[in-house]
Design a protein around this ligand. Structure first.
Ligand SMILES: NC(=O)c1ccc[n+]([C@@H]2O[C@H](COP(=O)([O-])OP(=O)(O)OC[C@H]3O[C@@H](n4cnc5c(N)ncnc54)[C@H](O)[C@@H]3O)[C@@H](O)[C@H]2O)c1
Ligand SMILES: O=c1ccn([C@@H]2O[C@H](COP(=O)(O)OP(=O)(O)O[C@H]3O[C@H](CO)[C@@H](O)[C@H](O)[C@H]3O)[C@@H](O)[C@H]2O)c(=O)[nH]1
Length: 467
């Protein structure tokens, strides 16, 4: 078989996946020119910013990887057509959010950006290319991509691969550099195998060959949705039991430790929380539910939908607990939020539990003061405004964002931990207690604080899954 040597890669989409993924490919393959393109000029400018603190994605160590490769063989550009034209391999890494309109609204993945990419690749190409689906897609999307490329590509040959990304935010660089596995799905034809090999050869620069799995395209597409569904299911399972723990004086952290010690279960993804967030879990499970229903598989759809219902319940339960503990009224009361990101070590807030807990409390006319080490005020207001629950003016008047956590807690009735940032554990909690209204209450939505120490100071403490 002829060996296809890739010298130029284009990645469409400079977001949380496109940016870090391509930065690591460029770092590990200095002989390949990697250019990430995006239609969002501000995002590309931020990726090109000399001050690495201004990169649009915050991830530990990402700045170092970008510093090493940028300008050498890693480039960021808005010249989408030119870069596609010159590349032998084009990654599609654009957003695939849940549809907000029409058929499948609220469940199906919105594939309009994927289709646009396919059309753009077809229009810009005058030589054969390997097109790689990096975005998370419904199973059988490659069929549509192929159809568009074959019918609009003017005789140019395209091979379509599925290469879903499994990085988690907050650990993206580590996950990319030491991936548990890389998954590549392709066609079982000589051309398909050649394309698969070309992508395997890229990853083989730093990923051990036995960790690079190759499958057919459909298994690869479906494995991505399945991985997220199974991970989220573990979180919902443990969160469901946290409520039972609160009713029975069992302790969810002890239960997690006990079951996680069983090597068949394993200890990861058993941390009870205020609910999972992030741009992927909910979107991908809803997509799985929609696909199952569209094949008439009602029981399959209902089964996975329960994971989302439990997560919604967990977020609502946390907000209700705060209200109940504050004598069933939070109207006009200041509540301090420590954390807004959906998990620590990221500036991403998409689907963060904090947004929904805040919305619930704001409906009860609470006054919320927020501190997050990596999320800016503009983003927090944007997240609340997106819900369209109340006017932007009202959100601005009820929610204020501070850069000092002690200011956020001062004069509050309650402090709620919404993200597990490590720095929250190191605060002077006596100082916080002294500055709060009494009885001072802490609602630890991540079970990260030393609850005994807090109780000794005088706090009333509520923690998930603990009585
Ligand atoms: N965020 C994660 O941790 C993660 C992990 C694995 C997989 N994924 C999947 O990867 C995909 C991308 O996710 P993300 O978080 O990086 O999204 P994102 O919103 O951060 O980035 C997507 C980028 O694509 C750009 N874009 C959209 N259409 C374009 C076009 N036609 N031409 C050029 N640029 C275009 C947007 O401007 C945006 O900057 C999604 O399918 C997601 O499900 C995400
Ligand atoms: O025991 C746990 C583990 C996670 N979470 C929460 O679950 C959410 C998701 O966390 P995580 O999976 O670590 O982050 P993501 O960046 O959303 O990564 C998931 O989604 C990505 C996008 O598809 C995939 O690539 C990753 O493999 C998959 O882990 C966060 O709100 C976490 O706080 C818990 O509450 N308890």
């Amino acid at each position: 078989m002829e060996k296809k040597k890739i010298t130029k890669i284009c990645c469409i989409g400079a977001g949380y996946v496109g940016g870090p993924t391509m930065a690591v490919i460029a770092q590990k393959c200095p002989h390949i020119q990697v250019t990430v393109v995006d239609i969002n000029q501000a995002r590309i400018d931020a990726w090109n910013d000399e001050n690495l603190e201004n990169l649009p994605v915050y991830e530990p160590d990402l700045d170092q990887v970008v510093a090493e490769a940028r300008g050498r063989n890693l480039f960021f550009s808005t010249e989408v057509d030119t870069v596609i034209k010159e590349a032998e391999m084009v990654f599609i890494s654009v957003n695939t959010p849940t549809k907000t309109y029409g058929e499948g609204k609220g469940q199906a993945a919105d594939l309009k950006w994927i289709e646009l990419c396919a059309r753009q690749i077809a229009a810009a190409s005058d030589s054969d290319k390997i097109v790689v689906e990096k975005s998370t897609l419904p199973v059988r999307t490659a069929e549509a991509v192929k159809d568009i490329l074959r019918n609009t590509g003017g005789g140019v040959k395209f091979q379509i691969l599925s290469n879903p990304e499994f990085l988690a935010e907050g650990t993206a660089v580590e996950d990319l550099q030491q991936a548990d596995r890389v998954l590549i799905g392709g066609e079982n034809s000589p051309e398909g195998k050649e394309a698969i090999q070309a992508l395997v050869d890229i990853y083989a620069h730093w990923i051990p060959r036995e960790k690079i799995l190759t499958t057919n395209v459909w298994s690869s597409e479906l494995s991505k949705l399945t991985a997220n569904a199974v991970l989220a299911q573990r979180v919902s399972s443990i969160n469901s039991l946290s409520e039972l723990c609160e009713a029975t004086e069992a302790d969810i952290d002890e239960v997690s430790r006990a079951i996680g010690a069983d090597s068949r279960i394993g200890k990861k993804f058993l941390k009870a929380s205020v609910g999972f967030g992030g741009s992927c879990f909910q979107k991908d499970i809803l997509n799985l539910v929609y696909i199952s229903r569209s094949y008439g598989l009602t029981e399959v759809a209902d089964y996975w939908e329960q994971v989302i219902k439990m997560n919604d319940h967990q977020k609502g339960r946390f907000a209700k607990k705060i209200i109940k503990s504050l004598y069933n009224t939070v109207s006009g009361k200041k509540i301090a939020f420590l954390g807004w990101a959906f998990k620590k070590d990221t500036n991403d807030t998409r689907e963060s539990a904090a947004i929904y807990v805040a919305d619930h409390l704001l409906n009860e006319k609470a006054i919320i003061s927020v501190y997050d080490p990596k999320v800016k005020e503009k983003q927090i207001q944007f997240d609340l405004n997106c819900l369209q629950t109340r006017s932007e003016e009202e959100n601005r008047s009820l929610v204020n964002v501070e850069v000092d956590p002690y200011e956020v807690c001062k004069d509050s009735h309650a402090v709620a931990i919404l993200t597990e940032w490590d720095e929250f554990k190191t605060y002077d909690w006596q100082k916080i207690y002294d500055s709060m209204l009494k009885p001072a209450q802490v609602f630890d939505g991540r079970n990260i604080l030393d609850h005994e120490a807090l109780r000794k100071i005088g706090f009333r403490v509520y923690a998930i899954g603990k009585s």
